[in-house]
Design a protein around this ligand. Sequence first.
Ligand SMILES: [Zn+2]
Length: 123
Amino acid sequence: MNDTALHQFKRTLLQKRAELEATMQSHRPTSMERCADPYDMAMANAEAETNLKIFKAARKSQFQVAAALDRIERGTYGICRNRHCSQEIPLKRLEAVPEAEHCVECQAHHEHSVSADYALALA
Ligand SMILES: [Zn+2]
């Protein structure tokens, strides 16, 4: 990948990270408030649950974006992380998913273990 493309992806990733930070900020999990009214209580719980889902999804994406920025620094960005593959990830895929760390084929194979990694990292 040439430097121009790399800089472009870095800018996109930095912007994405800022957006995710804003999302996490506005959906920060709140402590449950006790409401006298059971209906209000149920509404508040449902809202807190949705909030938490958005927060967790943003945190997961932010983790992926941070890892991609790290790969830019290390000069391994855009190369499939599967050691047995190590193909360049097509630019079209990176344009769609700038934080992609595997080519499409390996992503399909590794979907399961990758999410296990994230679960560990976020635990
Ligand atoms: Zn691959």
